[in-house]
Design a binder for this molecule. Sequence first.
Ligand code: NAP
Length: 247
Amino acid sequence: MSELVRTALVTGGSRGIGRAVALTLARNGLQVYLTYLSKASEAEIVVEDIRAGGGKAKAFCLDVSDAQGVEDFFHNEIKEKIFLSALVNNAGITRDGLLLRMKNDDWDSVLNADLRGPFVCSREAAKIMVKQRQGRIVNIVSVVGQTGNAGQSNYSAAKAGLIGFTKTCAKELAGRGITVNAVAPGFIETDMTAALNEETRGLYMEQIPLKRFGSAQDVAEAVAFLVSERSGYITGQVLAVNGGLYC
Ligand code: NAP
């Protein structure tokens, strides 16, 4: 097992927070396997950036809401091929709408990608990490999973569910040397938030004590800490990276 290359798997590593996490973990010496859904070219640019910096990386197309696809991926690409040091469940989507107009499809796609995806990835990763007797799982949740947010009943339910999932997995896996934590970003400048209008951005800004939106790198630093050996006595926690947003 020790000859296998120590690797972090980052879902949704082609853009935004996942990209920053992938680059940061690679700088910290881990090989990075990053996944994407549709933007292969963006994922390849991240891989090239990591390789240009002397690191190791590979990109894989993987829809985290496709359970069979995730199981096949772990069987074909991860199991007995790498030492799975860390899984970062970062891939996520939003399909916003007020409750009275929320379509079943919008509910299902968000719950499938943002909650079922991390569940299936974590289960498959845990099977491997249990044998290694070592591993880190970090789930990217959201401040809205802690506070709620009008227009995001699907997304906030998925992220609140992922917080409960994190705490339960932490208890189940602690005895096997595996820690499970969550990072809860506030308002971070990525493609996901780029579509928000100036008025909404202004309303958020008013509520952020540090008076700036977060960067993907702000989140990546927290993830890197939870993946590192320095966080060995921390499990089942939610680390907020939100500029004080809900204080
Ligand atoms: P983003 O810029 O929209 O990037 C999303 C990433 O997830 C992309 O790499 C995308 O792949 C991938 N992805 C989407 N659906 C997927 C699926 N079904 N299977 C596999 N990969 C999929 O998002 P972001 O803003 O960086 O957000 C990353 C995480 O942070 C999400 O979980 C989000 O909920 C959370 N978060 C974000 C903020 C924020 O303010 N931005 C705040 C709180 C929490 P492609 O490139 O191929 O499309």
